[in-house]
Design a protein around this ligand. Structure first.
Ligand code: G3P
Length: 237
């Protein structure tokens, strides 16, 4: 049952302002779908409880309701459409996400690019509903454009070189120079860095350059032991 008419409290979940932010993007892997999505979400929650690092998970739309009911860490959608409740067949509606305990959304991921106008509309709508937004950019130039967005800016900008996504060589190793450039381009909007993040040192390099955290997927989702992998990633941070 939907609750579109219910007076809604803001759904934003406060993040620890000092600790880094780790976005675990579940994408659409078999290993992160259905029952596996709930399993990975519980793993992420356990690691968050042990380490107090901010962990946000983004299950795919079909799993999001079940995942959001299973854990207390923030759950974001992989995408949202700035479309109205009602006559919007096939769209993902922010109000519906909010009613299902979803706290925010990714937008403009490299695998789900949208127009700047649609990004702006979606960021505004999420803000109005009390949800958070993470807008992805392929480079510092695109990030700079997103950082200028009016009337509201996203809560985070995530910069990921597309050619390194899903690969074995991390952005921290292959292109560390893009990290400070991205942070500068984001002009005060908290910056996340992603693509190929696979170990503790990748996260350290990202944080040393002034970014707020990382966005990652394959090395967590496809790990033989995702809990150990995630604990190792954030160890000593
Ligand atoms: O959304 C995160 C992503 O695009 C990076 O993926 O597999 O390189 O960690 P991956």
């Amino acid at each position: 049952m939907a609750f579109f008419t219910k007076k809604r409290e803001p759904v934003v979940m406060q993040l620890d302002p000092v600790r880094p932010v780790i976005i675990l993007n579940f994408k659409t892997y078999k290993e992160s779908s259905g029952a596996n999505a709930v399993r990975l979400a519980r793993i992420a929650e356990r690691v968050q409880q042990k380490t107090r690092v901010n962990i946000i998970i983004t299950p795919q739309a079909i799993d999001i309701r079940e995942v959001a009911a299973a854990v207390k860490i923030p759950v974001y959608s992989q995408h949202v459409d700035a479309k109205p409740v009602g006559k919007s067949t096939g769209q993902i509606i922010a109000e519906n996400l909010a009613d299902n305990n979803v706290h925010g959304s990714l937008l403009n991921h490299s695998e789900r690019r949208i127009l700047l106008k649609d990004i702006k509309d979606a960021v505004l709508k999420l803000k109005e509903i009390g949800m958070q937004s993470i807008v992805c950019a392929k480079d510092d130039r695109e990030a700079a454009g997103i950082a200028k967005m009016q009337p509201v800016k996203p809560d985070f900008i995530a910069v990921e070189p597309p050619e390194l996504i899903g690969g074995e060589v991390s952005v921290s190793t292959a292109k560390p120079q893009i990290i400070p450039k991205a942070v500068k381009a984001c002009n005060g909007v908290p910056t996340l860095i992603g693509a190929g993040i696979k170990e503790n040192n990748d996260l350290k390099i990202v944080l040393q350059h002034g970014a707020r955290g990382v966005i990652l997927s394959s090395h967590f989702v496809l790990s033989k032991d995702p809990e150990k992998w995630l604990l190792d990633l954030v160890q000593g941070i």
